[in-house]
Design a protein around this ligand. Structure first.
Ligand code: OSB
Ligand code: MG
Length: 368
């Protein structure tokens, strides 16, 4: 197989509602799709980078730039760019994991389509549907939050995650727990908004029986997270800090985390994500699949990963209508709180070309 062309396609998708976190508010997604054309067929992937570098250092214009200048030429130079050769060929370039993940996933999609194998099967999936949770942004008032949580539970979501930040933590958690009762799975995500000095404050979340607190401290604060676990009862789960299987191993060995949120985009792709899954499984650390407000293209691949055996907690893989009025694939819908794992070859979904064309803001074709 050889790479003959790569299309970088940009889309603009308005979110159905603003999504506010401790690092900012997103109202639209500026999506970068990577579409590879190979001698064996075509593949698609979505880059998870957002417009601004607030979640991590990556941002969508930067991802497009590193792809066109460095990553695509390096893959085009490979005599046999099979999916397992991509990450080793790109390791000469530091960082840019979301850009690397998108390119590797597009090649993986092309290669699996050519073989007629689904991504779920390639990764070792053991289930055909995945329990869906939902990530609920920071709101202007507690009433508005309670309303949103009510609607999501009504829709069937099996787990609620509340975004928290200093000034929006104990009160909203208390109000939601009181409204939903003790049986609803509830967790929070701080996106690195606190410091170890906030431990006594974070301990005030202890009474609410949270499944976990996600990334309370800074991305690089592994040691501080390990100390925090001794000061609060809520289990600590890392997101931003886990950028590779090596980082996951360090965090587990340090006692910095007892659960891990795996986002393939954050760790450089699905193959590295599977390594983290396997490592966590061997160490008895449960994992769940995070999200980056992906369209159906990114979501399909996330669902394949979430079908692996150690994904024992519901993830942030929500239905299409939680994000977008119109998705770029057949919409993913909830069925009794679950999403179906695509079973077709590759990532198992096709982009709807007419929708894609309507939302496209730019197309660049790189012919190596
Ligand atoms: O921290 O998990 C996060 C969205 C964008 C960036 C970071 C995060 C999130 C979410 C929503 O929490 C996940 C999703 O529903 O796709
Ligand atoms: Mg998170």
């Amino acid at each position: 197989m050889r790479l003959t062309a790569v299309e970088l396609r940009r889309l603009e998708l308005p979110l159905v509602a603003p999504f506010r976190t401790s690092f900012g508010t997103q109202t639209v997604r500026d999506v970068l799709l990577v579409h590879v054309v190979t001698t064996d067929g075509e593949g698609w992937a979505e880059c998870a980078a957002a417009r601004e570098p607030r979640y991590s250092s990556e941002y969508v214009d930067g991802a497009a730039e590193v792809l066109r200048r460095f990553l695509i030429p390096a893959v085009a130079d490979l005599p046999d760019p099979n999916p397992y050769a991509i990450a080793p060929a790109l390791s000469q370039f530091k960082g840019h994991r979301m850009a690397k993940a998108a390119l590797e996933t597009a090649v993986l999609d092309a290669s699996l389509r050519a073989k007629g194998v689904s991504l779920a099967r390639e990764l070792g999936a053991v289930r055909s549907r995945v329990a869906a949770g939902v990530s609920v942004g920071i709101m202007d008032s507690i009433e508005e939050l309670l309303d949103a949580v009510d609607r999501y539970l009504e829709a069937g979501y099996l787990r609620i995650k509340l975004k928290i930040a200093p000034g929006w933590d104990v009160e909203p958690v208390r109000a939601v727990r009181e409204q939903v009762g003790d049986d609803v799975l509830l967790q929070v995500d701080a996106n690195a908004a606190y410091t170890l000095a906030d431990a006594p404050h974070l301990a005030r979340l202890d009474p609410y029986d949270l499944l976990l607190i996600e990334q309370p401290l800074g991305d690089e604060d592994l040691r501080e997270h390990a100390l925090l676990t001794k000061l609060i009862r809520t289990p600590v789960c890392l997101d931003e800090s886990i950028t590779s299987a090596k980082a996951a191993a360090d965090a587990i060995m340090l006692g910095a985390t007892s659960v891990i949120n795996i986002k393939p985009s954050r760790v450089g792709g699905y193959l590295e994500a599977k390594r983290i899954h396997d490592l966590c499984q061997a160490h008895g650390v449960p994992v769940w699949c995070g999200g980056m407000l992906e369209t159906g293209i990114g979501r399909a691949a996330n669902l394949a990963l979430a079908a692996l055996p150690n994904f024992t907690l519901p993830g942030d893989t929500s239905a299409s209508n939680r994000y977008y009025a119109v998705d770029v694939t057949e919409p993913f819908t909830l069925d009794n709180g679950h999403l179906a794992v695509p079973a077709g070859p590759g990532v198992g979904v096709e982009p709807c070309m007419d929708v894609l064309d309507q939302l496209t803001t730019a197309i660049e074709v790189i012919s190596p």
